[in-house]
Design a binder for this molecule. Sequence first.
Ligand code: NAD
Length: 465
Amino acid sequence: MSLYLRDLTQALKQIQEKKINITVIGVGTIGLPLATFLASAGYNVTGLDINEARVKQINDATVVFEYSDKLKKAVKLNKLRATTKSSDALKDAEIVFVCVPTPLNENLAMNNSNLLSATDAIIKNIKAGMLVIYESSVSIGTTRTLIKRIEENTKLKIGKDIGIAYCPERYNPTLPREILPQVIYNSKQSDIAYYTIDKVSRVVGGSDEKSLKLAKRIYSEFITTEVKEVSSIETAEATKLLENIFRDVNIGLVNELATIFPTFGVDVYEVIDAAKTKPFAFLPHYPGAGVGGECIPVDTWYLIRQAEENGLNPKLLKVTREVNDSMPAHTVKLLEEELAQHSKKISGSKISVLGLSYKKNIYDTRLSPSLEIVKILKSKGAKVVIYDPIVQQHDSRYELNSFEDTFKNSDALMLITDHDAFHLIDLKTVKDLMKTPIVIDGRQFFNKTKLKSLGFSYRCIGEPK
Ligand SMILES: NC(=O)c1ccc[n+]([C@@H]2O[C@H](COP(=O)([O-])OP(=O)(O)OC[C@H]3O[C@@H](n4cnc5c(N)ncnc54)[C@H](O)[C@@H]3O)[C@@H](O)[C@H]2O)c1
């Protein structure tokens, strides 16, 4: 008898004894670390993905990600494999995780097409006793619509024949520490603790009590901290939205202050560092050239569109998106002001953009502010060259440049992504290569005093001129 049909005690025991076949649908940024941890915990795990190249890379254990070593071990021990064939992946599955992308559609609402096709693959291969756990970020109520779809297209009843749970992922992607440069520096981020998946607590909601308890149990097999139960699937969905919107709004706040404080001669970063000495009721967030990734900005939009459907006008959320989306243009404005000091314009200038990914030390470029900045610069007639050794190594879609080609005869350098690797750049060499030594810092990354002593003109978001 498979998992969900057993009585709760027996089913919990089955999970604890690792006698479960697990399938993870969508083994990308979120799904592969999950599959790897489950396999390392002792389960037989199959990854189902529509991307053949990804499937091959997983089976060859050649994916470069934070848990590459764990993946190699799991594949070698035959605990983890991947396939593009849904019947192969799902025929023996007792627990199915869904980690497919949920990007925005053209109206900036959630595009559920991947969730629908993943759910249809489950429906085709469904058996009584399955537990399905959705992890993709979704708008509130999405999982309920998928439950309905399963019930309408099978003879099975959720809560009787099969179970459903929702547990939003909380992964913070990074590359393996071994392949990142070991740079010793005073970073404002260096006090952020390093959280591997097993150390991050999770929140879970279930369609019924048994689904909730079983979902909690499976996470507790590889997570060493709290797995918190909430009263409904919708509460778990909304928790993910709150987490990401909290970041979006607070970054929006400091981004707005980054445009105001410098006009009073005040450095917003210094203010944040001072404010964070308060031991309660303040959490530091930092300004920057924009907020990207298919995560933070996307979730704010999901809720804006849902609230509008309910006849509401979520003003703060809309302004947050507007402020954060305006940061690429603000960064370009700083560039224009600095170029003007050198009697130059963007048109006809060679501008070197450092960093293409949406955040440091990864190669994911989805919704990256750098892409927007490159677009604005090109529309203003600049010759744009992009330098990102991490993206260059892992993603062949972009025309990226060598160090020398990037800086030679450049009129300005704009740092948009604060990859640790950029701390290794020899700024004296850069200065010698550039035609006009202007630096626009989108992340307060460089040491201003050092740059100025080398003869650079330096502007940083949030700092007075
Ligand atoms: N990457 C992050 O940092 C992050 C953070 C928060 C939330 N999320 C959420 O996690 C979810 C997954 O995002 P991701 O970043 O892992 O996406 P991803 O694009 O990195 O990976 C998704 C994988 O799913 C596969 N896929 C798509 N449709 C499929 C289908 N029908 N069947 C099988 N495989 C399919 C793709 O080929 C891909 O390999 C999204 O809801 C996203 O919003 C991601």
